[in-house]
Design a protein around this ligand. Structure first.
Ligand code: HEM
Length: 412
């Protein structure tokens, strides 16, 4: 059991409850992470049934790396782990471990290499330019719903080679199945939409049997043959997980990027004048926004972390939101520095479960930054941003902004 002195429920953390989504909207939430990193790097959170909370960069990395001692199979998000575990455990990549996970992952990675993503990249760049150009022409827009919402889903449809005629329907279902809850959100609509999406993928997978095997669905269908013999369920769940993993996360980082540019005009100036390296800028956007605030694991065998003994079956939460702002890893972490280097952020996790779609997400954020520079001279806040309400994801579901179009003579 816990061998740390209790910190939650006492002193500075008297009213901090990590199971409550409202906690992540507190104006002092960064102080909570800083306090934990300094005073109790491995802390026991008694609420929610009890779980470990790990906050420093070094220890978060250590746990990500060690999938032998810390399994994802019971679930990889706090909410599911504390509510009986993930029903897709062992059948979907993000919540599987061991040799089978490695083999499926290795096969799927062939669809995510830069060469394989070349045509998806072209589509993302063209689509993002169109959306941003139209938004800048309109002047005042909700960047979240009018621009960012459309980019990752279109990219995933390209990746899965979803026929053009089916896209509108699929996209309509995904927005209700995946959107992070507003405080008053209901679950039923989301569950129905999820079923529709799974049924759609079942249909698509049936059509792809015996077809080409170089896109994600083709690769998964190919793995239904021995030696991997994926079940139909596994094929569907893995298709679905690309939507789950790749839509809202990428969307939130793009919305967060634009919000940050409205708040840091000097950073926008540096970006526009070409004084920043685009690849570094993308990494800093990912660190700054950290869309997935944590990952969850279950302890497999007795393990020591940061001087604390953890027991089999205990839930561990590792906080990328904290690790990405750890002052022992990042100089001046609360400064947005688009040229930051090195930048060992953990937004895509680390080790055996490192995000499979990282390259695609980078393409999307890069395309957005380029399009903003190409079409806009300025961007400013035009209303209050609305945050999402979640213990897992962080960011905004609405961001009203006003663009100033590029004037004829302006240079980049
Ligand atoms: C895994 C974050 C975009 C597909 C992960 C994990 C994180 C993450 C933190 C590891 C979870 C864990 O270890 O428990 C993000 C962020 C993104 C993003 C912040 C955007 C900014 C994408 C995209 C796709 C994708 C675009 C695909 C279209 C996946 C998959 C996994 C994964 C399949 C599971 C990999 C495995 O377990 O081996 N992602 N992701 N992600 N991500 Fe992403």
């Amino acid at each position: 059991m816990s061998t740390t002195a209790p910190v939650f429920g006492t002193g500075f953390l008297a009213d901090v409850d990590l199971v409550d989504p409202a906690t992540y909207l507190r104006p002092d939430v960064d102080d909570v992470w800083r306090f934990l990193r300094r005073e109790s790097p491995v802390a026991w959170h008694p609420g929610g049934g009890g779980f470990w909370v790990v906050t420093p960069h070094q220890l978060v990395t250590r746990i990500y790396r060690d999938s032998g001692a810390f399994t994802s199979t019971g679930g990889n998000v706090m909410a599911t782990l504390l509510n009986g575990g993930d029903s897709a455990g062992g059948r979907m990549l993000a919540v599987s471990d061991g040799k089978r996970h490695q083999r499926i992952r290795r096969e799927l990675m062939t669809a995510f290499t830069p060469a394989a993503l070349a045509s998806v990249r072209r589509g993302v760049v063209a689509g993002t330019r169109r959306l941003v150009q139209a938004a800048v022409e309109r002047g005042t827009v909700d960047f979240a719903t009018e621009v960012a919402e459309h980019i990752p889903l279109a990219a995933i449809c390209d990746l899965l080679d979803v026929p053009a005629a089916d896209r509108d329907d699929l996209l309509a279902h995904t927005s209700s199945a995946l959107s992070s809850d507003a405080p008053d959100g209901t679950d039923l609509q989301a569950r129905l939409a999820r079923n529709e999406i799974l049924m759609y993928f079942a249909k698509l997978a049936r059509k792809r049997r015996g077809g080409r095997a170089d896109d994600v669905i083709g690769l998964l269908v190919g793995m239904t043959e021995p030696p991997l013999s994926l079940s139909d369920d596994e094929v569907l769940l893995n298709c679905y997980s690309l939507l789950l993993g790749g839509d809202e996360t990428a969307r939130l980082s793009m919305i967060g990027a634009v919000k940050a540019l409205t708040e840091h005009p000097e950073v926008w100036d540096a970006l526009r004048s070409g004084r920043v390296d685009q690849d570094r800028a993308v990494e800093e956007v990912l660190r700054w926004t950290t869309p997935a605030m944590h990952s969850g694991r279950t302890v497999v065998s007795p393990t020591e972390v940061g001087g604390v003994e953890m027991s089999p079956g205990q839930v561990v939460t590792i906080w990328t939101r904290s690790a990405n702002f750890d002052e022992t890893e990042f100089a001046d972490p609360h400064r947005l520095d688009l040229n930051r280097s090195p930048n060992r952020h953990l937004s895509f996790a680390y080790g055996p479960h490192f995000c499979l779609g990282a390259q695609l997400a980078r393409i999307e954020i890069g395309a957005l930054l380029s399009a903003l520079v190409e079409f806009a001279d300025g961007v400013e806040r035009a209303g209050e941003p609305q945050p999402i309400f979640s213990t897992f994801l962080s960011g905004y579901r609405s961001l009203p902004v006003r663009f100033t179009p590029r004037s004829q003579g302006s240079t980049t």
